[in-house]
Design a protein around this ligand. Structure first.
Ligand SMILES: Cc1ncc(COP(=O)(O)O)c(C=O)c1O
Length: 479
């Protein structure tokens, strides 16, 4: 298929482009009517390419069922029974699926590497987490997923679902098939927040996608590993252990009633791209990444990047570029800052790691530019090699004081960081990225957590969602 043909196999993309090819005089929303440039060129540049679903991609009454058709094409491609396109990111898709699981008071087995959006969804749904701690790889210090024994440990508490985050932020993956097998033995669904794994399953050198591994639901951000519009996401599910009616209800309960057409069309176009050219494009990407890593590492005597060979077969995403700053003897945050002066922005940096997001859109020339920049900076910043330490986000084992939902709605007060030790947090606090909670509402603020957050903050990591972003004080549940 040649460039430009996608609209022939992507009904929403075709509907979007057709809208602008026809003449129109809208007396409907959106209020900008694609002619806000009349009012101001800057505003026009922002909004004049925006059309809604209702009265844009389709008639006001959705008579053409273009969205339904496009969602069916996605369901077929991923082998799902249910597919919905979200304009609210994986955040919304996580909310939708979690609201569809059970009733307030029910428990779910949940990976501690879950994104903040999952925890917020639990508060909305009234579900309580049974935390599962990831296993840490001794050699690299990175979390390598939830071991089966962790899941076994909580089964006696009768979780109604197993919720995983796969791949993790650093590209590692649990042994999903084993976890799915066990969950299905006790007749509960496995829900996977695969926000970073939208490309899985479309190249033989990549892991399969989680539905192919037997999971019951896959949530992915089309704007992360895939080239969709910001906040576009896919919710895909099989309905043996999940109810399609409840999924539909909770998806609509939490979605906007005015979804933006460009976001929806970008999901459809991305699906069509993966279907028609996914293997070819992902093959090029994987080759470019391998050349990039080889080029950089050829200048050093020690390995600098995480690689699939560091982990059991199929347990690492080869499209993930993770620089191990400790292997360089440099601070990941200093590497990030130096790269910034060259106009290179990275997805995440902490003391020991720098994560670069590479996607189908990156060209060979982009990787060459990146390699030149990384080599120069790595050579200038390298120092004494450090043993790998495990970042706070991956190492905290929570101590639950009261239910998360009770803490969320409790009367609270701000106390100094010293007085906060031993108290129950009312806030969720997470270094961002990766957005993984170091403390969640209802959990006890330990000395390790308070000191760990303070030193991450001091080192330049953005600490998100704390009521007091300086971390001088903490919002805790009143005694
Ligand atoms: C694992 C995970 N899940 C969900 C989300 C939320 O995704 P979105 O930004 O598409 O709402 C993120 C965002 O970084 C994430 O890392």
């Amino acid at each position: 298929m040649s460039t430009g043909d996608l609209r022939n196999i992507a009904p929403l993309l075709d509907a979007y482009l057709s809208y602008f090819e026809a003449s129109r005089t809208p007396f409907t929303i959106p209020g900008h009517k694609q002619k806000a440039a009349r009012l101001d060129p800057g505003l026009g540049a922002l909004v004049d390419t925006d059309i809604p679903l209702y009265g844009g991609l389709d008639e006001i009454k959705l008579t053409n069922k273009v969205l339904t058709h496009a969602e069916k094409l996605a369901a077929d491609l991923w082998g799902a029974d249910f597919a919905r396109f979200s304009t609210g990111g994986s955040t919304h898709a996580n909310q939708a699926i979690i609201l569809a699981l059970g009733k307030p008071g029910d428990k779910v087995a949940l990976s501690r590497t879950a994104h903040r959006s999952v925890l917020s969804a639990l508060v909305l749904a009234g579900l309580e987490p049974l935390w599962l701690t990831p296993e840490i790889d001794q050699k690299t210090g990175v979390p390598i997923g939830i071991p089966l024994r962790e899941f076994e440990r909580v089964l006696a508490e009768k979780p109604i679902a197993l919720l995983l985050t796969e791949p993790g932020y650093l590209g590692t993956i649990s042994d999903i098939s084993a976890l799915v097998k066990r969950a299905h033995e006790v007749s509960i669904p496995v829900i996977v927040d695969a926000a970073w794994g939208g490309h899985f399953g479309f190249h033989p050198d990549l892991p399969q996608h989680v539905l192919a591994m037997g999971a019951d639901a896959l949530i992915t951000s089309v704007h992360k590993a895939l080239p969709g519009y910001s906040a576009s996401a896919l919710l895909l599910a099989k309905t043996q252990y999940l109810s399609a009616e409840r999924l539909e209800q909770s998806f609509e309960t939490t979605h906007t009633t005015s979804p933006a057409g460009a976001l929806l069309a970008s999901i459809d176009a991305t699906r069509a791209l993966l279907q028609s050219r996914g293997e070819e494009l992902l093959g090029e990407l994987l080759e470019n990444i391998a050349i990039f890593i080889g080029t950089v590492e050829s200048k050093f005597t020690q390995p600098l990047f995480l690689k699939p060979s560091d982990f059991p077969h199929g347990r690492f995403d080869p499209a993930k570029i993770v620089l191990r700053a400790n292997q360089l003897g440099a601070s990941g945050l200093a590497v990030e800052k130096a790269l910034g002066t060259k106009g290179i922005r990275v997805e995440m940096a902490d003391q020991d790691t720098v994560v670069f997001l590479a996607t189908l859109t990156d060209s060979r020339a982009d990787f060459e530019f990146l390699a030149d920049g990384v080599i120069e900076i790595a050579q200038s910043l390298q120092g004494e090699l450090r043993p790998s330490a495990t970042a706070l986000s991956w190492s905290v084992v929570p101590t639950v004081g009261i239910f998360m939902r009770d803490a969320y709605f409790a009367a609270t007060e701000l106390v100094s960081s010293t007085d906060a030790v031993g108290r129950i947090s009312a806030d969720l606090i997470a270094p961002y990225p990766p957005g993984v909670a170091v403390i969640a509402p209802g959990e006890i603020l330990t000395q390790e957590i308070v000191s760990g957050l303070a030193s991450s903050h001091k080192a330049g990591v953005r600490i998100a969602y704390a009521t007091d972003p300086t971390l001088q004080s903490y919002r805790v549940v009143k005694k």
